[in-house]
Design a protein around this ligand. Sequence first.
Ligand code: APR
Length: 254
Amino acid sequence: MDLTEIDSFDISADHLRKVVALTGAGISAESGVPTFRGEGGMWRQHRPEELATPQAFASNPQMVWEWYLYRRQIIAQSNPNAGHDALVELEKVLKDRFILITQNVDGLHRRAGHKNPIELHGNIFLNRCNSCSERYPDDTLDFDKLPPLCLNCQGQIRPDVVWFGEGLNHVTIEDAFLHSQQATLFLSIGTSAVVHPAAALPVVAKDSGALLVEINPDRTPITSLADAVFTDSSAQVLPDLVNKIKQIETKSKN
Ligand code: APR
């Protein structure tokens, strides 16, 4: 696949009938949130099966909580970047013809102003009981003693995220597949595209006729499938790409 320049990237108003973006940890890298794999990735320092699994939580809930509180701290100190902002702009332009699906649990799309991203893997700032699923806002919990315990059933409270080996919320993932099937343009942004089921979404979109665009400095399993590949960072590519989309949209209305 040849690398694409924005100027030579050939899209038309027809591709803008339904635009779906899937984001991964790479979009938040320039906000200072470490990715999971690749250069400086978190999984390079921690084995996922030691921290982000139900088994890890069962055997050492305190260690798992400490790791999540450490990640929360990094995220709380960071801000959305130009990539997140560009996707908010895209939502303003295309309105309900734009769907944002994210694997990120950092909430940065919401903080940037995105109304309703589909958060496939949950949100690191939400908590729920591991036994009865009761949800707990942060201000009702005491994090001095880990794990916090459920007021209803004394079960252990956990971060409301999806761990390895756990299923995704079935309504959420069905929604994501449906939107991907309907996409006329699908943007795969800053994801290594190896964790399923999210990794199947670009493939489903392409098989259903979407133009597939990848934004990632590194090659991934979907690079060879993509119709266009941008290898600059998402904070560099997305503002230009969204500007181009805006121009096409404006022209098609005149
Ligand atoms: N712009 C675009 N892409 C980038 C940037 C950047 N500035 N920096 C890094 N990347 C790319 C990397 O090349 C890599 O392919 O982002 C990707 C990040 O990949 P992962 O760390 O594997 O993150 P992700 O694909 O979101 O992981 C999926 O795995 O660990 C689980 O639940 C976790 O949601 C996560 C899932």
